[in-house]
Design a protein around this ligand. Structure first.
Ligand SMILES: *Cc1c(COP(=O)(O)O)cnc(C)c1O
Length: 362
């Protein structure tokens, strides 16, 4: 198996990236959307998975997408020659020039970006025009699409123009806004002969009509479920990030003993408690409450007490565990979606946080 290993320097906790799982998940995207080109979203350091490791293992994608020009320049400097889409586009003439120099495809989501392009000279860029079809975050309003398209078309520096929009509720396939948004995109672009992109991971697996010419998977490439109601395994995805550590202490505590900061958890009986060398300093979510599982020797052991910076305690009742035993915080044995659910957040945030904690200084 091909792995990228990201070790927390001088720490026991470690994050490993399973390159084969990345490839597998990209193949799954192709199965779900066989007629579309794939723009693999590797923003935020590939959701914490290390953007260079991700780009290497996802080299069968038709394009990559990042949020900002600087992220794309890092990829170019590393020798990545695929088309690179910059989802937030440029925020200054300098950034526009950077896009042109490095052959990046910026997203134009605001009229002032179109104006900058309209007035620019001596450069050349392909662009994506982003349309706000109902999420009300980035994108030009439906009523301005024709105007801005014409501005881009008449610009001396703009090469090809493609369209994109983004779903607000794709994780809930029955949400009525999904169809409204898709229809809006299709209607407003129907007079142009241009490629379109709408679907993120959730739409790739559940809204086939939205696949169009380009799909934009992010989270499903990393092996977690984009849907509220379906598990990653159910969708045929394999976890990519393996976050592990070790047991560094075991104690036999007495009924009534309280554990950790704030003494928030009390032993209901005499019982063994273990200490795992992973805490919020390693990217384990501090908000994960008592009861969040960790995997030890084939058992899901609930955490007990608050998560500390470098450690978290676990209930070892019924588990044969020893000092030094391997502990999986999430990965193949335990889905990160489960941890996210306990911590009241989504896998995206937890993966970004843990992965990026594994690269001090990056
Ligand atoms: C992050 C992002 C995606 C990927 O979304 P997932 O839910 O991770 O698949 C797609 N499109 C845009 C515009 C994004 O910002």
């Amino acid at each position: 198996m091909k792995h990228g290993q990201l070790r927390h320097r001088e720490r026991t906790a470690s994050v490993q990236i399973d390159g084969d799982a990345l490839r597998h998940n990209l193949d799954k995207v192709r199965e779900y959307a066989p007629d579309s080109k794939v723009m693999a979203v590797i923003k935020a350091n590939a959701y914490g998975h290390n953007v260079l490791i991700a780009a290497e293992h996802l080299d069968q994608a038709d394009a990559f997408a990042v949020a900002m020009p600087a992220e794309a320049v890092t990829l170019r400097r590393a020798g990545i020659s695929r088309p690179l889409v910059v989802l937030q586009g440029f925020s200054s003439l300098t950034e526009l020039e950077l896009c042109a120099t490095h052959d990046l495809q910026p997203v134009v989501h605001h009229q002032w970006q179109a104006e900058l392009l309209h007035n620019a000279t001596r450069l050349s860029v392909d662009v994506w025009l982003k349309i706000d079809t109902g999420m009300h975050r980035l994108g030009v309003p439906l009523v301005d699409v024709d105007l801005i398209y014409r501005m881009l078309k008449s610009s001396a520096v703009v090469g090809s123009i493609r369209f994109m929009s983004h779903f607000a509720n794709a994780d809930d396939p029955s949400h009525q806004l999904n169809n409204n948004q898709l229809e809006s995109l299709i209607n407003v672009t129907s007079n142009y002969d241009a490629e379109r992109s709408m679907a993120n991971s959730a739409a790739i697996v559940s809204l086939a009509d939205s696949h169009l010419e380009w799909v934009r998977p992010g989270i499903m490439l990393y092996g977690t479920s984009p849907l509220l109601e379906r598990s990653a395994a159910d969708l045929g995805l394999k976890p990519v990030m393996q976050f592990e550590s070790q047991l560094i202490a075991l104690q036999q505590l007495r009924k009534g003993d309280a554990i950790g900061y704030g003494s928030t958890w009390q032993c209901p009986e005499d019982m063994p408690v273990g200490v795992v060398a992973a805490g919020y300093g390693d990217g384990y979510p501090r908000h994960a409450p008592s009861g969040t599982p960790v995997w030890i020797n084939g058992h899901q052991c609930p955490t007990v007490g608050r998560v500390s910076m470098d450690s978290v305690c676990v209930d070892l009742r019924g588990v044969d565990a020893r000092y030094g035993d391997r502990v999986v915080l999430w990965g193949r044995e335990l889905c990160v979606d489960t941890i996210a659910g306990h911590a009241g957040t989504i896998s995206y945030e937890i993966l970004c946080h843990a992965g990026n904690s594994a690269y001090p200084g990056q």
